[in-house]
Design a protein around this ligand. Structure first.
Ligand code: CA
Ligand code: CA
Length: 308
């Protein structure tokens, strides 16, 4: 297993970032991550003005995957997410859904006890650990780690969690994978602009799929296959997530496009990931049983392994 410490942080995903580690496909990598404030908030009295706002949403990395070429698919299997026992939440003017009405910033420290986020003595939310920021370098330019787009980034999708395989595009040689912004808990929408923000460690296994053209990013877990889209508006993101799943079904299962849209209308749940970042993110979740005769990520990954 390889490890990347949280001394290696980036604030934008870009082909010009120097890789901090080079690995072969099939390698397990442990990423140590800061919280989205780069661990600057240590108490509810931490003054807002004292925070360095250039140090927001750091991602640990990037990692160069040998043999990854533009047009390939990076398959990131999330094996384990370990989090610290204290997280932080924050909201205020211009932040989150209530940003227009809030008059002051509020910081709340959230202890994590017995697999629950302790919002108060009576409000205890079951932990659902997830990765907020994860992506590859875009083909051109630099995209802030706070912005989600086709390369991944700040998608804040609660399905990017243990047991899931996240499929990301390879846009530049080596892909340049980076991740951070763990949440101990978060609901679809992320209404306040944050989950329970927490530092931790993520163990992934990174594989490569060649010769497939899928509408990325996508997620496959034990029960569902998902397409994600991040766009300026939620309408655009929702439509594109649906179109992406139709495209996938069309190219990978041979389903007619009209049959695919009928299927999605009946069995593909369209959900909101988040409505608070510079682009909004939506996803479609389709139960795997509708595609399992034509599609198996496991066998694809096994095939990829045999060719390494
Ligand atoms: Ca985030
Ligand atoms: Ca976050």
């Amino acid at each position: 297993m390889e490890k990347v410490s949280k001394q290696h942080l980036i604030y934008a995903m870009s082909a010009s970032n120097e890789p901090v580690l080079k690995v072969k496909p099939g390698t397990a990598v442990l990423f140590e991550t800061c919280d989205c404030f780069e661990d600057q908030i240590t108490s509810e009295d931490t003054p807002f003005d004292a925070l360095d706002w250039d140090k927001i949403n750091p991602a640990t990395g990037p990692v160069y995957i040998e043999g990854a070429e533009s047009g390939d698919i990076l398959a990131v299997r999330i094996d384990k997410i370990a989090i610290k026992d204290k997280g932080v939440m924050m909201t205020g003017p211009d932040l989150g859904v209530l940003g227009g009405e809030l008059k002051q910033n509020t910081i709340k420290m959230i202890p994590i006890e017995n697999e629950h986020a302790m919002l108060s003595s009576t409000l205890q939310i079951p932990v659902n650990k997830m990765i907020g920021v994860i992506g590859t370098a875009p083909a051109e330019g630099a995209v802030s780690c706070g912005t989600p787009d086709d390369h991944g980034g700040n998608m804040d999708c609660k399905e990017i969690t243990e047991g899931a395989v996240l499929l990301l595009p390879v846009n530049v040689p080596g892909a340049l994978l980076a991740l951070g912004d763990l949440h101990a808990a978060m609901a679809d929408g992320e209404a306040a602009v944050c989950g329970v923000e927490v530092a931790g460690e993520v163990l992934v296994r990174i594989d490569l799929i060649k010769g497939k053209k899928w509408p990325l990013p996508m997620i496959v877990n034990d029960t569902h296959i998902m397409t994600l889209s991040s766009k300026e508006t939620l309408d655009e993101a929702s439509n594109q997530a649906v179109i992406n799943m139709v495209d996938f079904l069309d190219t990978e299962t041979g389903m007619d496009r009209d049959e695919a849209i009928f299927l999605l209308s009946l069995a593909g749940n369209l959900k909101i990931c988040q409505v608070v970042d510079p682009n909004k993110t939506a996803r479609v979740e389709l139960p795997l049983r509708y595609v399992e005769n034509q599609f198996s990520l496991d066998s694809l990954l096994r095939g990829a392994k045999e060719h390494v």
